[in-house]
Write a protein that binds this ligand. Structure first.
Ligand code: SF4
Ligand code: SF4
Length: 205
């Protein structure tokens, strides 16, 4: 019958509306922004940089290897390596910029980072009327503590910490000099004296 789908839909809405008076679970509307649905563990939008300890600058895990910059498909990461007074490159980014107006949330930067230094954030309330400056995030905006990572992706962060601890233990064991093996039992290798050459007896005359 023409319009039967519409009538069924309206009946279902009315049934849930009336039922919600005694069962609030039947009222699925969330009063955002006062109320929010919890995000799932794998939710993601744009990347952030992890730092250990309390110093967002010194504790950055990023060593400015630039692998993420090279692999990012839309090329929205820009990194400059920090240098000391002699111009020697330090394992630290002086500049780490991320243009989230271009980022497509593919997570490739996370997958290629060998140092577990970059992860996907879940912040989504970043709408702005200015399409340029507020959407260009700098190192200071991107740096967030490992505790924050544990808060938004607890299972993934715990697995990362376990792996990093195992790697550190393995490196430490490799760097610790091993005790010298016991000296082998001494074998007297002095050659035994040769017997004196046999001088033939002179033939009788
Ligand atoms: S985030 Fe990772 S891949 Fe990117 S520069 Fe830093 S250490 Fe290298
Ligand atoms: S999520 Fe994808 S697009 Fe965004 S910075 Fe990482 S690699 Fe680039």
């Amino acid at each position: 019958m023409l319009g039967s789908g519409l009538i069924k839909g309206l009946a279902e809405t009315a049934r849930n509306f009336v039922g919600s008076f005694h069962d609030p679970a039947r009222l699925p509307t969330v009063e955002y922004p006062e109320a929010r649905l919890p995000l799932p563990e794998n939710a993601r939008n744009f990347p952030f940089l992890i730092y250990d300890g309390s110093d967002p600058e010194q504790g950055l895990r990023c060593v400015a290897c630039k692998i993420c910059e090279k692999e990012c498909p839309p090329q929205c990461i820009y990194i400059e390596v920090a240098r000391d007074a002699t111009g020697r490159a330090l394992k630290h980014p002086r500049v780490f910029d991320l243009d989230i107006s271009v980022c497509m949330s593919c997570q490739i930067c996370v997958e290629v980072c060998p140092f577990d230094a970059i992860r996907m954030d879940t912040v989504y309330e970043i709408a702005t009327a200015d399409r340029f400056q507020p959407l260009l995030l700098h190192k200071q905006d991107l740096a967030k503590p490992n505790a924050y990572y544990h808060q938004i992706h607890p299972a993934e962060a715990a697995a990362t910490d376990t792996r990093l601890a195992a790697d550190a233990k393995r490196l430490k064991a490799r760097a610790t000099p091993k005790p010298a093996p016991p000296a082998p039992a001494r074998v007297d290798s002095t050659p035994s004296p040769r017997p004196p050459p046999q001088v033939p007896e002179p033939a009788p005359v």
